[in-house]
Design a protein around this ligand. Structure first.
Ligand code: PFF
Length: 450
């Protein structure tokens, strides 16, 4: 650790913070829905294979690069590859974090409104179409979504401003175990409903007929987004990990925790959806329209709806913290300003774009750039273009540019001899990962049509 530099104080703190980043709206809403559309159990097997084969190695790579650099992604690449253009990968990481945070905080704002609605029992007695109207009229209004976006960013900023050990680590160490407990309670409720079996079957029974090449690539994209890879986040958190920490075990634990939560979220959602005869493939409405419908039909639904939306808020918060930290660490270290000032500047700039994203479903819905709303554009450019591109460059860097000895010093410990597992890791990083990511990227931008 650089002298005087803030950092994680414990192994559990490292894992809680990184798992907090990985576990988010992507797990609890997106994973079950994407899985449902792509053949259920078959998609799950492919997803698991990508997590193990590519996700864990890339997470390990990002943690190693970050810890070797001991600074924000931009500064890290400057240090590790001086007088080259590799620092652009770091710049890209900071930019992607900024973009993702803008639209992520807009959706997170919705989760706050829904937590409020759940607490005030606003779903009670509403029909499906009334619940759907409630979602549309809320997201298309001007004031409430913008206000909740800013409230959410204030919550995020107030954790980040306190720093790593006294802010991020302190909060994620409490919030992540709480999130596990809540999701398990929701799982127990879901699987004990009459007719829950159909939902579990939908989730776990492989149907290989629906597994086309598009589904395979979706599984890869979902794996990267879900693990927060390709964005500078894990590089930034890696820079706060102490030299004695075993990165192989940290990267593995975080990836497993992330996968476990995605599965537990599916188990909480689908049995309930099936038990009440609701369509499982209702897209963005699954969480905001379908679930309130489910909750108000189930015994104890009020309490479970409050718990569920509270869970979503926590998951979104621990992810947005990691995104804001990327931007703040860049400002503090490169512009040499205080953490407090950097947080305020980031809050104001992300706040402006966050509000623009939240207005994209309402007053700004006709403002189109490249035929997309601001929200749609940020979402598309960051997830489909910048994320895979940065992920690709990061593995190229570690596989081909960075000295193999430096990689092994970080991964195995200084001066240790290479193990067979390490050799396999290097093979993946050098050959398999760049090839696989390039495939997703070319498909996403339409160069290659699979
Ligand atoms: N991994 C988060 C999720 O699954 O919701 C989203 C995310 C967080 C992506 C942080 C990128 C990031 F840097």
């Amino acid at each position: 650790m650089q002298e005087g530099r803030d950092g994680f104080s414990s192994r559990f703190g490292v894992i809680a913070a990184a798992a907090g980043s990985a576990i988010g709206l992507g797990n609890i809403w997106r994973f079950p829905y994407v899985l449902g559309e792509n053949g259920g159990g078959a998609f799950f097997l492919v997803y698991m294979a990508f997590i193990l084969m590519l996700g864990v190695p890339l997470m390990l790579t990002e943690m190693s690069i970050g810890r070797a650099g001991q600074r924000n992604p931009y500064g890290t690449f400057r240090l590790l590859a001086p007088k080259t253009k590799w620092y652009l990968v770091g710049v890209m990481g900071v930019a992607v974090a900024f973009l993702i945070l803008s639209f992520y905080s807009a959706v997170a704002g919705w989760t706050l409104q829904y937590l409020y609605d759940a607490v005030t029992n606003s779903f009670e007695g509403k029909s499906s179409s009334e619940l759907s109207g409630m979602f549309d009229s809320f997201t298309s209004s001007a004031y409430a979504p913008s206000m909740w976006t800013l409230v959410f960013l204030v919550m995020t900023g107030s954790v980040v401003v306190a720093g790593i050990e006294k802010g991020i680590e302190k909060y994620t160490k409490v919030l992540m175990p709480l999130l596990f407990v809540i999701i398990i309670i929701l799982d127990i409720r879901a699987v004990t409903l009459d007719g829950a079996g159909a939902g579990l079957k939908f989730l776990f029974q492989p149907d290989f007929s629906k597994l086309d090449s598009k589904a395979v690539l979706e599984a890869l994209g979902q794996a990267f987004f879900s693990l927060s890879l390709g964005m500078g986040t894990i590089i930034t958190y890696g820079s706060y990990i102490g030299k004695k920490e075993n990165l192989i075990s940290s990267a593995t634990s975080v990836s497993l925790a992330d996968t476990a939560i995605a599965v537990l979220a599916g188990v909480a959602i689908f049995p309930a959806v099936f038990a009440f005869g609701i369509q499982p493939d209702s897209g963005p409405g699954l969480v905001f329209i379908t679930l309130p419908n489910v909750f108000q039909q189930m015994p104890g639904g009020y309490y479970f709806s409050v718990l569920f939306f509270f869970l979503l808020v926590i998951a979104a918060l621990t992810s947005s913290i990691s995104l804001l930290e990327v931007v703040v660490s860049y400002f503090t270290e490169e512009l040499k300003i205080s953490r407090a000032k950097a947080t305020v500047i980031s809050f104001i700039s992300v706040g402006i774009f966050g509000v623009l994203c939240s207005l994209s479903s309402g007053p700004l819905k006709d403002v189109k750039i490249f035929d997309k709303t601001v929200f749609g554009l940020f979402n598309y450019v960051s997830s489909n273009v910048l994320l895979p591109a940065a992920g690709f460059l990061i593995v190229l860097f570690a596989g081909w540019k960075w000295a193999r000895k430096s990689v092994s010093d970080e991964v195995l410990g200084e001066g240790k001899a290479e193990t067979p597992l390490f050799k396999m890791f290097m093979f993946i990083i050098k050959f398999i990962a760049p090839f696989a990511i390039a495939l997703v990227f070319m498909n996403a931008v339409g160069i290659l049509k699979l």
